[in-house]
Design a protein around this ligand. Structure first.
Ligand code: ZN
Length: 219
């Protein structure tokens, strides 16, 4: 039986190699030679996720698995390692990388109940390193996650199932997008948001499932 580790943190890394030519296969081989530590998915890469400059997301390890990316403070056990190709001591992640990272982080936060303050850099634990690069500012995660078009959200209709707690924003494609709190990931907190009335509906299933909307602090 494999051991399942509860994940409470996300730890961001860079490869410290060329952003646009570094491949998943190259880093997977590099780590194979270093540790030969095979994941349940059949890869050797120490990160759970890997994002190339074209925005493609690779998964090297199941979320619940032990990683090999940050030896400090138990982070190989309770942290999900995400690595972007690039050397961000000298350059910036590509727009495609940032977009994919945002989607991935939102997804992982929702799946594992990871709080916003637990989005971390490798250098937060390995203080002798710059990883994920000096060009990645302290408020990088805030900036990434707040690129949501909040004005668009404000025009959405807010609904709640009769008797239910969760609130959803209905977008222009009629999908229901679960609204959660930015800091706590708490649900059911959309009353009176954006100046909108919450409409109570009898049948939530009439709206196909959309995304998760994280409420920004300035909302
Ligand atoms: Zn790192």
């Amino acid at each position: 039986m494999p051991t399942y580790y509860k994940k409470t943190h996300i730890v961001l890394h860079h490869t410290l190699t060329d952003r646009d030519t570094t491949t998943f296969e190259a880093v997977n081989n590099y780590h194979k030679n270093l540790w030969n530590f095979k994941s349940s998915l059949g890869y050797y890469i120490g990160y759970h996720y890997f994002i190339t400059s074209d925005g493609k997301v690779y998964q090297g390890r199941n979320d619940w698995e032990i990683g090999a990316h940050c030896t400090q403070e138990n982070k190989n056990y309770n942290g999900i390692g995400i690595c972007l190709t690039g050397n961000f001591d000298n350059q910036q992640p590509s727009e495609a990388q940032k977009k994919s990272l945002k989607m991935l982080i939102k997804d992982l936060m929702a799946k594992h109940g990871i709080a916003k303050e637990n989005l971390k850099f490798h250098r937060d634990y390995a203080t002798y390193k710059s990883c994920p690069g000096n060009k990645i500012p302290k408020d990088f995660f805030d900036k990434i996650l707040l690129t949501e078009n909040n004005n668009q959200n404000k025009t959405m209709k807010i609904i709640r199932q009769n008797g239910g707690q969760d609130c959803y924003a209905i977008d222009k494609n009629n999908r229901r997008n679960l609204i959660v709190n930015w800091n706590t990931y708490e649900r059911g907190i959309a009353m009176g948001l954006w100046g909108s009335e919450v409409e109570v509906v009898e049948n939530l299933e009439q709206f196909p499932i959309g995304n998760i909307i994280i409420l920004a602090p300035d909302n």
